[in-house]
Design a protein around this ligand. Structure first.
Ligand code: ADP
Ligand code: C5P
Ligand code: MG
Length: 253
């Protein structure tokens, strides 16, 4: 795995105030394409998912934790499925930018938890993001704004066909996000599908790697994981990280 043993000097220009500059990976794709699942796989293969947050070398943050607060009128619309959560303006993009800049500067930061059932952030339930070696930032519109897009060292796009995505979104939103079938289908037809075509799909061209079929594509995921390992080893030799290559046993797990 990637070792946490590091020697940082104050003179190292790559280091932020509190430590290291992580390798920042953006992961985009349509709703229910498998972004969250792909990130989980990458994390599992790169390190220890079951680790304590303070020990993590690889962390994953969702763009959903940066939805902006709704006005009372918008809240009512959201409850009826009449709010567009798939539009770039639904997010607090300034907060996304400043958080990613903090992360790149090696500064510890806090990310709130998003509650899909109430369409709101749980500000008292935050996750501390400690400086890590690899940070994955995943969401439907993470490549939309150039200022945010340009921060990523690597851009992945999870490309799963629309029928499959809808077929996965319906049960997920009913079982995990407290919606009913009518709500999910109306929201999909009125907002999710048109916004995907207008805002998300056009950002596919910015991807370095397109992952067809999402988490099913173990070949692509293994290639990406190996590439990340190679990059980290390279950066280690330039004094930014110390990386120990996987042992042959570990790499077959
Ligand atoms: P996203 O984060 O892009 O919206 P998720 O990773 O949450 O997508 O996947 C959407 C839903 O589909 C989830 O319920 C997830 O468990 C399921 N899912 C994801 N990938 C697969 C797959 N390869 N096979 C079957 N179900 C999957
Ligand atoms: O995980 P996924 O990429 O699907 O999450 C983004 C989706 O969550 C968007 O397509 C948006 O429609 C949906 N969403 C929602 N209700 C919210 C916030 C987001 O249905 N309150
Ligand atoms: Mg997701």
């Amino acid at each position: 795995g990637i070792s946490r043993k590091m020697s940082y000097g104050f003179n190292n220009p790559f280091n932020g105030v509190e430590g290291k500059t992580p390798f920042l990976i953006g992961v985009s794709g349509g709703t229910a394409s498998g972004k969250s699942t792909v990130c989980k796989r990458i994390m599992e293969k790169l390190g220890q998912v079951d680790m304590d947050h303070t020990e993590r070398q690889v962390v994953c943050i969702s763009q959903d934790c940066f939805y902006r607060d709704l006005t009372p009128a918008e809240k009512l619309r959201a409850e009826k499925g009449q709010f567009n959560f798939d539009h770039p303006d639904a997010f607090d993009n300034d907060l996304i930018l400043s958080t990613l800049q903090d992360i790149l500067a090696g500064v510890k930061c806090e990310v709130a938890t998003y509650d899909y059932r109430t369409n709101s952030l749980l500000r008292d339930q935050t996750t501390t993001i400690y400086p890590a070696d690899v940070v994955l930032f995943e969401g439907i519109l993470v490549f939309y704004f150039p200022k945010i897009r340009d921060l990523f060292h690597m851009k992945l796009f999870v490309d799963t066909d629309s029928d499959t995505r809808l077929a996965r979104r319906v049960p997920r939103d009913i079982n995990e996000r407290g919606r009913d079938l009518d709500y999910v289908l109306n929201q999909y037809m009125n907002f999710v599908k048109p916004a995907f075509e207008e805002f998300c799909l056009p950002t596919k061209k910015f991807a370095d790697v397109i992952i067809p079929r999402g988490a099913d594509n173990t070949v692509a995921i293994d290639l990406i994981v190996q590439h990340i390992r190679d990059l980290l080893i390279e950066r280690a030799s330039s004094g930014r990280f110390v990386v120990e290559p996987e042992s042959p046993v570990a790499s077959h797990s």
